[in-house]
Design a protein around this ligand. Structure first.
Ligand code: ADP
Length: 280
């Protein structure tokens, strides 16, 4: 019994109930998630503030290093030039990391600009494939776009959904051996459209599948140095897909490689993506 009004966050689940005569009604379950939501908010605020604070000095270090190396670093001896080039490359990685951290905290806090529209999936896939073509050429990997039927559409924010497809495609190309094929596909589903990225790379170990979409959940820590990634791409992709009320997962196809896939709702279910996640 509450003596005065208190703001509460409730998560609602609804489940249809029926018997042989058909649908009889729905069971609604409400869970009080106020404490979890508050902790999440505090965490996001801290990460967001820390990232902002880090970004300013980093930008100035980055600028200074670029200036020192401008014009090919004329006037520097070879050793100094090499040291500065290493510092610049690592500063660029730090900038990417800080930007990704900021983006993740914004998406999780629902502060990332979100402009829903109805989008043809084929266009998203083509655009992501075009953007990744240069890296694919460099690595000798072929990208094939295989949307099974034209005209499939999803409801969502164009930039954010493009970011998810691009992240998955980037990983697929990055982890694929030269001469292999990366397939980008889209098939209609009862609850939306399923987008998949298949590669012929090393695959993901079974024991890693559950935590792969958490921040910094690398399969091998040494990869951080060799691939130059931030370890946040999949966490950001999951946050975006969930904001769109979709789901994202990874599979280990029997023939090898990996399949990353996500489903996002089609236009018929389009409305405020946050509305069914929590009611205050
Ligand atoms: P990053 O690629 O920046 O390391 P991600 O969050 O995108 O971070 O990926 C997390 C980890 O998941 C990667 O470090 C890698 O170990 C694994 N991974 C992602 N995509 C693939 C893939 N297509 N094949 C094999 N492993 C992958």
């Amino acid at each position: 019994m509450l003596r005065s009004p208190v703001r509460r966050v409730l998560r609602r689940y609804s489940c249809p109930v029926g018997n042989s005569h058909g649908l009889q009604g729905r069971v609604f379950t409400y869970t009080d998630v106020t404490a979890e939501t508050d902790v999440d908010r505090l965490k996001s605020e801290f990460v967001s503030m820390a990232s902002h604070e880090l970004r300013t000095p980093l930008t100035s270090v980055h600028g200074a290093l670029q200036l020192a190396l401008s014009g090919g670093g004329v006037g520097l001896n070879e050793e100094d030039r090499e040291l500065l080039a290493i510092s610049l490359a690592n500063t660029e990685r730090l900038v990417r990391l800080v930007n990704d951290l900021l983006d993740l905290s914004k998406i999780e806090a629902g502060r990332m600009p979100y402009s829903p529209e109805v989008l043809p999936v084929g266009t998203l896939l083509d655009e992501a494939a075009r953007g990744m073509q240069a890296l694919a050429n460099l690595r000798g990997v072929r990208i094939a776009v295989e949307a099974t039927s034209d005209g499939q559409r999803v409801a969502g924010d164009r930039d954010q959904l493009l970011r998810v497809v691009t992240n998955l495609l980037h990983n697929a190309v990055k982890y694929s051996p030269a001469g292999s094929l990366v397939r980008l596909g889209a098939v209609p589903q009862p609850d939306g459209v399923l987008v998949s990225v298949d590669d012929q790379g090393p695959g993901v170990p079974a024991e890693q599948i559950d935590r792969l979409f958490r921040p910094f959940s690398r399969v091998g820590v040494h990869e951080r140095l060799t691939t130059g990634g931030t370890g946040l791409g999949l966490a950001i992709s999951r946050a975006i897909v969930e904001q769109h009320r979709g789901r994202i997962w990874v599979e280990r196809p029997p023939a090898g490689g990996s399949r990353f896939a996500f489903v996002v709702p089609g236009p018929a279910r389009e409305d405020d993506p946050a509305s069914s996640r929590a009611v205050a």
